[in-house]
Design a protein around this ligand. Structure first.
Ligand code: URP
Ligand code: ZN
Ligand code: ZN
Length: 462
């Protein structure tokens, strides 16, 4: 069995940080302590570095078929980029095609990922067509396919959106069988009306993307999802939350002791809506839904993390190259929605969060790894550094400064949303299940090393 000893690093978990050695045997952490005396096949000196649990990106879309094209990262390229940036596990969305079954979607996502991903992966299942047949599949998806989280889209009518009755029935099923509902909260009907009006007025540029999807659309839908969850008793996780108004709905729900799990994404903490108002077609790079918001929303999200109102920071990694974005040259409504980020999340959150004093080290670990592992049933195998857990560890040098750029990133996309950003702190090495898969920027991992992570029923205790 392989063995690895990491010496002199500072172990950081969601609750502690302390200097210790970590001894790894095979795929698991076997011992943690000061001055461990093990002879290992390989020893790494991590002096001056943090040892973070491998990042978990709870919201990605590899090879997603969407808006007439496909997200440009495969499971191989996207998870490899993740490893470079300290993310060792993703949870991707297996999205039902309307008219088809959930089983077909899960099978299709396994075809894309199995034997190809280099990082570990689990799936959420997105229910776009809830009917008697779909309903009957829920227990099988949870108990036999290892998926306990189900997404509904409250926007994108005609392709992905379900109505309230479907969503409510799905929630009832999840209560019965042990699942959690994850909601894309935007009022699709309001948005579609505004899109149509702008286009009729000849307003076609990327800036109309944000103007047609104001915060009120998100807040209204978030409030509705929260109410439906309250009435059904369902666990609820709101994906890619962007704004103060949506957070206000979550706060309000807490007054009746309703627990709502909230995800935001790194771009909503760091980028703002002014990017849509740049000259020409530049704004298309950040066309995503919901759109980027204002500085006051960023402030509310950072505060929300520290108030334990926002639990998870993901990416919604859904990259499209500029020739794909160009499908919307003549209409903002045809720009494929999504942006890259999986490789940047951990380093940005460290540099802009910890280094700038907005986040503690423990909160950094919590939102990037521990909380998503707990909510989605991967803990304690994933999401922490502990004896018996998978040895997924990022050796992170907090002193190294570098510049983000499409020239140097590993994501299969020809622009960076953070082009030219100077960041402090870098993933020096990434270890996945005991194996050093990235070392000083060099990857050493073969296609298919990533493992599928089946999960049990949703456990409200976490
Ligand atoms: O713009 C986005 N978010 N694209 C991916 C699909 C989704 O809604 O998550
Ligand atoms: Zn979404
Ligand atoms: Zn998404």
């Amino acid at each position: 069995m392989s063995s690895l000893l990491i010496q002199n690093g500072t172990v950081v978990t969601a609750t502690d940080h302390y200097q210790a050695d970590v001894y790894i045997e095979g795929e698991k952490v076997r011992a943690i302590g000061a001055g461990l005396d093990y002879s290992a096949e390989r020893t790494i000196d991590a002096h001056g570095c943090y040892l973070f649990p491998g990042g978990i990106d709870a919201h990605t879309h590899m090879e997603l078929p969407f808006m007439g094209t496909f997200a440009s990262d495969t499971f191989e390229s996207g998870t490899l980029a993740g490893l470079h940036g300290g993310t060792t596990t993703i949870i991707d969305f297996a999205i039902q095609t309307q008219g088809d079954s959930l089983t077909a979607a899960v099978d299709e996502w396994h075809r894309k990922a199995d034997g190809h991903a280099v990082g570990d992966y689990a799936f959420h299942c997105a229910v776009t067509d809830f009917n008697e047949r779909t309903k009957a599949e829920i227990p099988t998806i949870i108990n036999e396919r290892g998926i306990n989280s189900f997404k509904t889209f409250m926007a994108y009518k005609g392709a992905l959106m379900v109505d309230d009755r479907q969503m409510f029935q799905l929630m009832q099923e999840l209560v019965e069988h042990g699942g959690i509902l994850t909601a894309h909260a935007e009022n699709g009907d309001m948005i579609d009306q505004m899109i149509e009006q702008f286009l009729q007025e000849g307003k076609t540029e990327p800036r109309y993307h944000v103007l047609s999807r104001p915060a009120i659309c998100e807040a209204e839908a978030a409030g509705r999802a929260i109410d439906l969850a309250y009435q059904s008793g369902s666990a609820l996780y709101i994906v890619h939350t962007t704004c103060e108004e949506a957070l206000a709905k979550v706060k309000q729900a807490s007054l009746r002791n309703q627990k709502v799990h909230v995800e935001t994404c790194v771009q909503y903490l760091l980028l703002d809506e002014s990017l849509y108002f740049q000259d020409g077609f530049e704004g298309a790079k950040v066309v995503m839904s919901p759109p980027l918001r204002k500085a006051k929303d960023q402030a509310a999200l950072w505060a929300g993390i520290n108030q334990n109102l926002v639990h998870v920071v993901a990416t919604d990694h859904c990259p499209f190259c500029m020739d794909q974005k160009a499908m919307g040259k003549d209409s903002f409504a045809k720009i494929p929605n999504g942006a890259p980020g999986i490789e940047n999340r951990m380093e940005l959150m460290y540099s802009e969060g910890v280094e700038k004093g907005r986040l503690s080290l423990n909160k950094f670990v919590d939102v990037n790894a521990t909380a998503p592992a707990k909510i989605f049933g991967l803990f304690p195998r994933k999401g922490t550094i502990a004896v018996g857990s998978d040895a997924d560890i990022v050796i992170f040098d907090p002193e190294v400064e570098h510049t983000m750029s499409a020239e140097t990133h590993h994501m299969n996309v020809d622009y960076s949303a953070y082009e030219g950003w100077q960041v402090k702190g870098k993933c020096r090495s990434t270890i996945l299940r005991g194996r050093v898969v990235v070392d000083e920027g060099n990857a050493d991992v073969e296609e298919g090393y990533g493992e599928y992570l089946p999960r049990g029923k949703f456990n409200a205790k976490y």
